[in-house]
Ligand binder design. Structure first.
Ligand SMILES: C[S@@+](CC[C@H](N)C(=O)[O-])C[C@H]1O[C@@H](n2cnc3c(N)ncnc32)[C@H](O)[C@@H]1O
Length: 295
C-alpha cells in the first residue's frame, strides 16, 4: 500500500492524465487532490472526487476545447484586406465603448463575439455585454490598468469596456491553454498586458491595478475552499473591484441563487467599510466595491 504521499502522487497523476484537466494549474490540482484524499480515504474515490471538483470550478464552463492557434487564425482571417470595404463595421463599432478599437473590423469583432459563445460564463453575459461595463464602470476615474481574475474568455470583451485608451490589461486563470490564447489575443489587438496561470485559492492576488474584475469567481473559490473568497478579496491591490455572481445556474435555473449570493456577498463585505454599488442585470448580479472608503 503506497504511503500518504505516494497516494497523493497517484491521484494527481491520474487526474493530469485526463486531457480535460492536463492544463490546469498544478498547485490547484494538488490542493484539491490532498483535500479529497483526506475526505475519501481511497485513491479511486479521491481521483473521482478531484475530477468532479475540477469540473465544477473550471471544466463545466468550457464547452469546446480551446485551440489557441486555430482561434487566433480565425480571428486574423476575419480582418479584411487593408482598404477593403467592410459595410457592417459602423454597426458593431457604434457599440464599442473604447474608440481605441475603432480599427478593428466588424468581421473581427463578430469573430470575437463568436469565440465568446464557447465559454458558458461570458456567453450568458453577451446579451448585456455593452450595458454591463458601461453601467458598472460609469462613475470611475479613468481606468489605466485592469486585473481580470479567473478571466475565462472575458478579455475578448475588451473592446466593449470603457477603459483609458492606453490601459494595461492583466489576466489570470488556472488553465494554461486558455491563458496562452488570452496572451496572444492581447498582442493581436495591441493591448499592453500579461496573462498568467495562477490559482487564486492557494495564491490569491496579482499586480496593483486601478480596477480588478472578479466576475462570477467568488462562488467558484468558495466551492474550492470555504474562506477562499474573503482571502482573495483581501489580497487584491486595487481601489475598485467589480465582483459578480451568476443569477442562473449553468442549466438555466434560478433556484434562489440571487438571494443566496446576496447573502454570500453581504457576509464578505461585513465590517470592511467598503463603499458598494449594486447592479442587477438579467442573469448577473454585480457589486462595485470601492476599497478604503470611510467605515
Ligand atoms: C464562472 S467562470 C467566470 C469566467 C469569467 N470571469 C467571466 O465571468 O466570464 C470561472 C472562471 O474561474 C476560473 N477559476 C476556477 N478556479 C479558479 C482558481 N482557483 N483561481 C483562478 N481562477 C479560477 C475558471 O477557470 C473559469 O474561467
Amino acid at each position: 500500500m503506497p504511503t500518504e504521499h505516494g497516494q497523493i502522487d497517484i491521484v494527481i497523476a491520474a487526474v493530469l492524465d485526463a486531457p480535460k484537466y492536463r492544463n490546469l494549474a498544478p498547485e490547484l490540482v494538488r490542493a484539491v487532490a490532498v483535500r479529497e484524499l483526506a475526505a475519501h480515504r481511497g485513491v479511486k474515490a479521491a481521483i473521482k472526487a478531484t475530477k468532479s471538483k475540477l469540473h465544477q470550478v473550471a471544466g463545466a464552463y468550457v464547452e469546446q476545447r480551446i485551440a489557441p492557434a486555430v482561434w487566433l487564425d480565425r480571428l486574423r482571417s476575419c480582418e479584411p484586406a487593408p482598404g477593403a470595404h467592410d459595410p457592417g463595421a459602423a454597426l458593431v463599432q457604434a457599440g464599442l465603448a473604447n474608440p481605441r478599437f475603432a480599427h478593428l473590423s466588424d468581421r473581427f469583432l463578430r469573430g470575437a463575439i463568436d469565440l465568446m459563445t464557447r465559454h458558458a460564463s461570458i456567453r450568458e453575459r453577451l446579451p448585456i455585454l455593452q450595458r454591463f461595463y458601461v453601467e458598472t464602470l460609469a462613475d470611475l476615474p479613468p481606468i489605466c490598468s485592469v486585473l481580470d481574475v479567473g478571466c475565462g474568455l472575458n478579455p475578448l470583451a475588451l473592446p466593449w469596456m470603457p477603459l483609458a485608451a492606453d490601459a494595461t490589461y492583466y489576466a489570470s486563470d488556472i488553465d494554461r491553454t486558455l491563458i496562452s490564447f488570452i496572451a496572444q489575443y492581447l498582442a493581436l489587438i495591441g493591448v499592453p498586458g500579461e496573462a498568467h496561470v495562477r490559482d487564486q485559492a492557494t495564491n490569491p492576488g496579482g499586480p496593483r491595478v486601478d480596477l480588478a474584475l472578479a466576475l462570477k469567481l467568488l462562488p467558484v473559490l468558495e466551492q474550492l475552499e470555504r474562506g477562499a473568497a474573503a482571502r482573495f478579496l483581501d489580497a487584491l491591490d486595487a481601489p475598485f473591484i467589480l465582483v459578480s455572481y451568476p443569477a442562473r445556474s449553468l442549466d438555466g435555473h434560478a433556484r434562489g441563487m440571487h438571494v443566496a449570493y446576496e447573502r454570500q456577498f453581504a457576509a464578505l463585505a461585513s465590517g470592511k467599510g467598503w463603499d458598494i454599488r449594486r447592479f442587477v442585470f438579467p442573469g448577473e448580479l454585480a457589486f462595485l466595491i470601492k476599497k478604503g472608503a470611510a467605515p
